[in-house]
Design a protein around this ligand. Structure first.
Ligand SMILES: *Cc1c(COP(=O)(O)O)cnc(C)c1O
Length: 430
């Protein structure tokens, strides 16, 4: 007759798991789960493995060796920020000693930066588009080209955002070609009540061949304000902060300054794509329209916290004083030469005792400049070591594997992390 094995006590098992760096209360919960799951799960090694899996779900710094510079799953633009335990004058005017506006300081800097009358900040670009539509087009019509009625990763779908905002989507033109006349006709229809013309940058996809869209300067001749969701937050197509001509891969990416210059009344963009800052969304343009967005009740629900505002202020300052190429990690990654990457690769390979240097293609990522690549350099080792590099004991390293090799693209890696890469490779590939 077989006897059912007796489980350990919750407390005994939790104590047996204490090598995993988690609060005791969590270990107790996990021990309880393990015991409930049966004998295969309640012996110590299985319970410790369970706790380790839990730990790996926690947020932690990682090394991005994927070559995707703005990796949405890895938090898009990396940005360093230190802040002491001080209060911040987010809504306090130091001149008058009275209540101030949360949007005034950072909004003012972004207005200067984009050449706009006014600007404001919300939690992300999806929130920015939602707020603009809710504040300016509720129960009214918004014209969108059929070629721009897109889904942009992670559930941002233009028709859905439109519906949630209470605005009515009016599709114009066709999937591949939309001309000014397609928009004009929508103004003369019976029941026409057009509040806005929305131009959406299709970001992560591209239609090739027989295509035509209507540029902002033409849309600006229509009898309703043009709102352009430019997506990536490239501030100026001429990239003055890089001190040279714009990199080729940026060609065709809409920029804040030029889009407003072409006649858009408002633009919206993300803070953590090509801008290179924290997750946020910026609305910039006409002062009366921005003020209407600020007054809308949703603005309160979508407002960012003090830390995000402080970071964005720092980002805006570094563009304004043209130190962005050094101060913003994303632009530092872009500005690194392949020669520098090659010498870093050699040093890593020498220290690791494995691997060789290969040319590689990095990409901007986060749907920015789709289809373009940035020439880069990778350390290549034979075999698929992705799991080992994630679990080597130090800061997890996220790399890519293809055709029986593991590639560590150095353009997305901070130079300070090179020794870590070398140590991990030495430990994993032997
Ligand atoms: C990325 C993107 C969004 C969504 O921005 P989030 O900041 O991720 O909310 C919306 N529109 C366009 C055109 C985009 O490129």
């Amino acid at each position: 007759m077989s006897t059912t094995p007796r489980p350990p006590s919750v407390d005994t098992l939790a104590r047996a798991m204490k090598a995993v760096d988690l609060p005791h209360a969590i270990l107790v919960e996990l021990a309880r789960e393990a015991i409930a799951a049966g004998p295969d799960e309640w012996h110590t090694p299985a319970a410790v493995a369970r706790a380790e899996r839990y730990r790996q779900r926690l947020l932690a710094p990682v090394v991005n060796a994927t070559g995707v510079l703005l990796h949405t799953n890895l938090g898009r633009a990396p940005y360093a920020f230190a802040h002491a335990e001080h209060a911040v004058n987010v809504e306090f005017d130091l001149t008058t000693g009275e209540r101030g506006s949360r949007q005034a300081a950072v909004g003012g800097l972004f207005a200067s930066l984009c050449g706009a009358e006014a600007a404001m900040v919300v939690n992300n670009n999806a929130a920015a588009v939602m707020l603009v539509l809710a504040a300016l087009a509720r129960d009214r019509q918004v014209l969108v080209s059929r070629g721009e009625s897109v889904e942009i990763g992670g559930g941002f779908r233009v028709p859905d955002v439109m519906e949630q905002s209470g605005a009515h989507l009016v599709d114009v033109g066709t999937t591949n070609r939309t001309r000014l006349n397609d928009y004009s006709k929508a103004f003369t229809r019976k029941n026409a009540d057009v509040a806005l013309v929305l131009k959406v940058h299709p970001s992560n996809y591209r239609v090739e061949g027989f295509v035509e869209d209507t540029p902002v300067d033409q849309l600006a001749t229509l009898p309703a304000p043009v709102v352009a969701d430019i997506g990536s937050g490239l501030i100026d197509a001429n990239t003055p902060w890089l001190g040279g001509p714009p990199p080729a891969w940026l060609a065709g990416e809409p920029a804040a300054k030029q889009t407003l210059g072409a006649g858009a009344k408002l633009i919206t963009f993300s803070g953590d794509k090509l801008l290179g800052g924290p997750q946020s969304g910026i609305i910039a343009g006409d002062a009366a329209l921005v003020a209407a967005c600020m007054r809308h009740p949703l603005a309160r629900a979508l407002r960012p916290g003090a830390h995000v505002l402080l970071m964005l202020q720092q980002v805006a300052m570094s563009y304004l004083d043209r130190t962005a190429a050094q101060a913003i990690p994303f632009w530092r990654m872009v500005a690194t030469t392949n020669q520098e990457l090659r010498s870093r690769a050699s040093a890593i390979i020498a220290a690791a005792g494995v691997g060789d240097t290969v040319d590689s293609d990095a990409i901007p990522g986060a749907g920015s400049a789709p289809g373009t690549t940035i020439a880069s350099v990778a350390v290549r080792v034979r075999g698929d070591h992705l799991a080992a590099l994630r679990h080597h004991g130090g800061t997890p390293i996220v790399a890519r594997a293809r055709d029986g090799f593991t590639y560590l693209d150095l353009r997305s890696v901070r130079e300070d992390d090179d020794p870590l890469l070398a140590a991990a490779l030495r430990a994993c590939v032997s």
